[in-house]
Design a protein around this ligand. Structure first.
Ligand code: 6PG
Length: 479
């Protein structure tokens, strides 16, 4: 009886190829399949010595190569290509078999697919995989959704190939149906916010202190030895230290300043709006990318009046970099607090019981937002599972308290010098909004009742009310 594979990967572009190699390197027999056969042949030719591969050159051959329950990992583009591969393989599978979608699919598509395939007795597992091509090969953070039964056979494999932190795998069963892809989506949203805050820190150090990119790289390297220790800070220092070979200029100065986006950050904001979660840090990061890409609008606005950018000097300049570090850390806490609140809201909306501490724990390694910081996030939720926001948790509360003056003065400096810091500013506005005794939303309610009779509630009585604004008495009546 020929040897069977414990798992198969179809879609052997770089991510799929690296995931297959990672599985084989960990001693698992891996069936391979790709729409164009050449990619399958190339993988075996180039990396066949890394472990046991069973190349397959048809869907049936691929399915026949798998032991039961068959486990197929799809690594193709989200959307129609994923549906096409599901339609090709589902009819060849049997009850209890598992289809894994490890692409960046929209969680609503995953919920639809999971329900449809469950009808056929199949398990569909939408799985977030974070860490890019290097992560797929050397150890990603893996966020599987789907049924608990599917995790019984899949979990050990994924935990085996995931990144490890303190010996713990950066993989856990997130929750049923689309929970895994939902959490991956929020990971990407937080990634956008984190990247935006780092970019604004760079802009502030350059605009307010006149630092060159190489100097700013050194600042980030220093920050990476402390509480901001993270993959994104680490690579930022590398990018800023890089010199363009063709011109000898700082690399960051020859790059077109228009940020692109494949869409997961946008999805996070759209869902945040639907769920009523004010993820302003992620939203401003998405808007900042869109603004940067609005070339014609920016060209037309280039001459608009604004303050001169006279770099700071004296005492203000002395402390500014440290002030930016404190403002960055406080703003980062806000962005992550918002992201985790969105996961909480998603769990409540879709009936997923997501363990936020476990999510933070598997984000400590392998993924793009991997950071020492996530140890503290994980500990905060472990200490208080019902934590309403990270901002009220001991260490984070203290860090934000200590950052108050710096946070506010950095934003004031940015405003005075005309340096755009939407991420920093929205984080502080969110923080002040959360802690405010009274918000001007009371006036908004009055306005809405005035023009639309949309009613309002009172602080001193139960019920909804309306004022007859059009009459001279303007009497109030229960609505
Ligand atoms: C990850 C990344 C990845 C992301 C790409 C493109 O977790 O490995 O977040 O999933 O899709 O890096 O991201 P953009 O949305 O910025 O294009």
């Amino acid at each position: 009886m020929s040897k069977k594979a414990s798992i198969g990967v179809t879609g052997l572009a770089v991510m799929g190829r690296n995931l297959a190699r990672n599985l084989a390197r960990h001693g698992h027999t891996v069936a391979l399949h790709n729409r164009s056969e050449q990619r399958t042949r190339d993988l075996v030719e180039q990396f066949g010595d890394e472990g046991d591969f069973i190349p397959a050159y048809s869907a049936q051959e691929f399915v026949d190569a798998l032991e039961r329950p068959r486990q197929i990992v799809i690594m193709v583009k989200a959307g129609a290509p994923t549906d096409a591969v599901i339609e090709e393989f589902a009819p060849l599978l049997e009850k209890g078999d598992v289809i894994v979608d490890a692409g960046n699919a929209h969680f609503a598509d995953t919920r639809r697919r999971e329900a449809a395939l469950r009808e056929q007795g199949l398990h569909f597992v939408g799985t977030g995989v974070s860490g890019g091509e290097e992560g797929a090969l050397h150890g990603p953070s893996i966020m599987p959704g789907g049924s608990p039964e599917s995790y019984e056979s899949l979990g050990p494999l994924f935990e085996d190939i995931s990144a490890k932190v303190d010996g713990a795998p950066c993989c856990t069963h997130i929750g049923p149906d689309g929970a895994g892809h939902f959490v991956k989506m929020v990971h990407n949203g937080i990634e956008y916010a984190d990247m935006q805050l780092i970019a604004e820190s760079f802009d502030l150090l350059r605009g307010a202190l006149g630092y060159e990119p190489a100097q700013i790289a050194d600042v980030f390297r220093t920050w990476n030895t402390g509480r901001l220790d993270s993959y994104l800070i680490e690579i930022t220092a590398e990018v800023l230290a890089h010199t363009d070979a063709a011109t000898g200029k700082p690399f960051v100065d020859i790059v077109t300043d228009q940020a692109e986006q494949k869409g997961t950050g946008r999805w996070t904001v759209q869902i945040g709006l639907d769920l009523g979660v004010p993820i302003s840090g992620i939203a401003e990061a998405v808007f900042a990318r869109s603004l940067s890409g609005s070339a014609n609008l920016r060209a037309a606005s280039r001459g608009l009046p604004g303050p001169s950018r006279t770099p700071l000097s004296g005492a203000a300049a002395e402390t500014f970099a440290d002030d930016v570090e404190r403002a960055l850390y406080a703003s980062k806490i806000v962005a992550y607090a918002q992201g985790f609140n969105q996961i909480q809201a998603g769990g409540a909306e879709y009936g997923w019981d997501i363990d936020l501490g476990a999510v933070a724990k598997i984000w400590r390694g392998g993924c793009i937002i991997r950071a020492k910081f996530l140890d503290d996030v994980s500990a905060a939720y472990a200490a208080e599972p019902g934590l309403p926001t990270l901002l009220t948790s001991g260490d984070f509360r203290k860090a934000v308290e200590d950052a108050q003056d710096s946070w506010r003065s950095v934003i004031a400096t940015a405003v005075r010098l005309g340096i755009p810091t939407p991420g920093f500013a929205t984080a502080l506005a969110y923080y002040d909004g959360l802690r405010a005794e009274r918000l001007p939303a009371a006036l908004v309610q009055g306005q809405r009742d005035f023009f639309g009779a949309h009613t309002y509630r009172r602080v001193d009585r139960e019920g909804s009310f309306h004022t007859a604004w059009a009459t001279s008495e303007r009497a109030e009546s229960p609505a």
